[in-house]
Ligand binder design. Structure first.
Ligand code: ADP
Ligand code: ZN
Length: 528
């Protein structure tokens, strides 16, 4: 590095150009970097692809001392260090994946002041040895990446992050920058409190990703719907398909491969070498489709991901935003596509009910799910709703499904009353609880074995629901669940009434619903 100018005397802009090869700062990068270089604390909320890394990497190069970067993304530390080394920055990491010799080498470099950046996992700061090590070097900056992980009521809480409040206590003179790509104003406030950053300057970029087209469709035959999407709109494109379970990841990947699409699975059940190999192929090859659980993607920087498809409902709007945000980092048109159905709602409510943690934790999870459902069922612009969730304004975007083909809303009060009174009668007259399927069969007047067995064809509501198809009734159930006018409970997802149900049944409340396209007759159904 002898021929290079002394970086400590260079301006941030000069470093941006010489080291990173970019012409100009983006958005608020310049303000953020100047603030941190001058020794100020910062909390940065910026969407994925907004350019958060440079906000701490440039100060790391400009300020004297080593920048300590706390990141939960152990699997990516090597890549980050390689990328920095390639541009001539001196970077290293300490984590559980390395052998002792390597560790000693990095520690020695840190103590000797021969590093610009040192990456650490949050759990490392819980160990005395690491804290003692940090005491022996000169720290110029703390960067806390994925800062939303410190928020207990956020969507991705990691207990190790709570220990990060000690950074400021132990090294009060070292400036800190905390960064995240997802935070509602409530989560941002919690981050600031927990990390002692309330006096820090807050930089909040727009969360809008105008090149991403948001679409949420009713789930019918999800794999087939996905295949149609890939064939008609994204042939040969790279993309990510998210599924909830490992089994469904495997099945979906097989299904796509069987249909001529190059797809790879990724989930925590695969061994580490397979996971790493699949991730590498996704990053390096063109046009690969990664079918994954949400274990995949945090910190993955692939600019040309053209679509992100969800075959199952994300647990929160934050999760949805973060996952869809992996599409279109290069700014080119991309698709965020989600298929969701009644079963998703039932399954997730069940998962919340049986989750560990106290009732307060379950309430938070339920609130996250409710917000996600509201986004799915909205008749307004998806983007406006998404931005509003993060406390930002927007106007109808023209680039989401509800803007492109505005859904009709219709007065669904009467069908809602029919459905709810079916649940009520089962409960009151028979002392029984059933899942959605049985109520729908009763309304449609179907003489199934189960209907006969329980003598449900003698109920007064039997057969009164001819105005809607089965899919139509399932839509009614789903929307009632989403609006809190009905609830599910127990292992079998049985339907139960809520205080809101009583209002609908007592005709004190009308229920507006979103009209869904009736299902086109598909060969596979007709054959049944
Ligand atoms: P984030 O961490 O916010 O998701 P990154 O820091 O990974 O985003 O940046 C996203 C992409 O944008 C990267 O490829 C990065 O090199 C690029 N980038 C960041 N800042 C600039 C800039 N000022 N000019 C051009 N490209 C930039
Ligand atoms: Zn829109």
């Amino acid at each position: 590095m002898d021929s290079l100018p002394d970086v400590q005397t260079e301006s941030p802009l000069a470093v941006l150009r010489r080291v990173f090869g970019y012409d100009a700062f983006r958005g608020e990068q310049r303000e953020i970097i100047e603030h941190v270089v001058a020794g100020g604390d910062a909390l940065v909320l910026m969407p994925t692809g907004g350019g958060k890394s440079l906000c701490y990497q440039i100060p790391a190069l400009v300020r004297p001392g080593v920048a300590v970067v706390v990141s939960p993304l152990i699997a990516l530390m090597q890549d980050q260090v390689d990328a920095l080394t390639a541009v001539g920055a001196r970077a290293g990491f300490l984590n559980s994946t390395q052998d002792l010799a390597e560790r000693r080498r990095v520690e020695a470099a840190f103590v000797a002041g021969e590093l610009d950046l040192l990456y650490l996992a949050p759990e490392a700061l819980g160990s005395r040895a690491t804290v003692n090590l940090l005491d022996r070097g000169a720290i110029g900056l703390f960067a806390i990446d994925e800062a939303h992980c410190v928020a207990q009521w956020g969507h991705d809480f990691r207990p190790d992050y709570l220990a990060l409040s000690m950074l400021h206590e132990r090294w009060p003179d070292v400036p800190r920058i905390a960064l995240t790509a997802t935070a509602t104003s409530a989560t941002a406030a919690e981050i600031a409190t927990r990390l002692d950053l309330t006096a820090a300057r807050h930089f909040v970029a727009s969360f809008d990703r105008p090149n991403i087209q948001y679409r949420i469709v009713p789930k019918r035959e999800p794999r087939k719907q996905l295949l149609d999407l890939l064939r008609t709109e994204h042939p040969g494109d790279a993309g990510i398909v998210y599924c909830l379970s490992r089994a469904s990841v495997d099945k979906t990947a097989e299904f796509l491969v069987h249909n001529g699409i190059t797809a790879l699975p990724y989930h925590a059940g695969l061994d580490a070498p397979t996971r790493a190999a699949n991730q590498q192929r996704f990053l390096r090859e063109d046009g690969l489709v990664m079918v994954a659980t949400i274990a995949f993607g945090m910190g993955i920087d692939k600019p040309d991901v053209r679509f992100v498809a969800h075959l199952d409902l994300p647990k929160s709007v934050e999760g949805y935003y973060q996952e869809t945000g992996r599409a279109g980092r290069d700014g080119l048109p991309s698709t965020a596509w989600l298929a969701y159905g009644l079963q998703d709602v039932v399954q997730q409510r069940k998962m919340i009910e049986s989750s560990d943690g106290d009732s307060a934790r379950r309430r938070v999870l339920a609130a996250h799910l409710d917000a996600m459902l509201a986004l799915c069922e909205t008749v307004d612009c998806r983007r406006v709703q998404l931005l509003r969730y993060f406390g930002q304004d927007g106007s109808p975007c023209g680039n989401c499904d509800t803007c492109l083909t505005p859904p009709e809303s219709w007065d669904g009060t009467v069908p809602a009353q029919k459905l709810l009174s079916t649940v009520l009668r089962l409960e009151r007259e028979r002392n029984q609880k059933f899942g959605a399927g049985q109520s729908v069969d009763i309304l449609l007047g179907r003489h199934t074995d189960k209907v006969r067995k329980y003598d449900h064809d003698s109920l007064t509501v039997f057969g009164i629901g001819g105005e809607l198809s089965e899919a139509g009734w399932r839509g009614v159930v789903r929307q009632l669940l989403a609006q809190g006018l009905l609830a599910v409970e127990g292992d079998y997802g049985t339907l139960v009434l809520t205080p809101g149900s009583a209002e609908v049944l007592g005709r004190r409340r009308t229920v507006m619903m979103r009209r869904e396209p009736e299902r086109p007759a598909s060969p596979s159904r007709a054959a049944k």
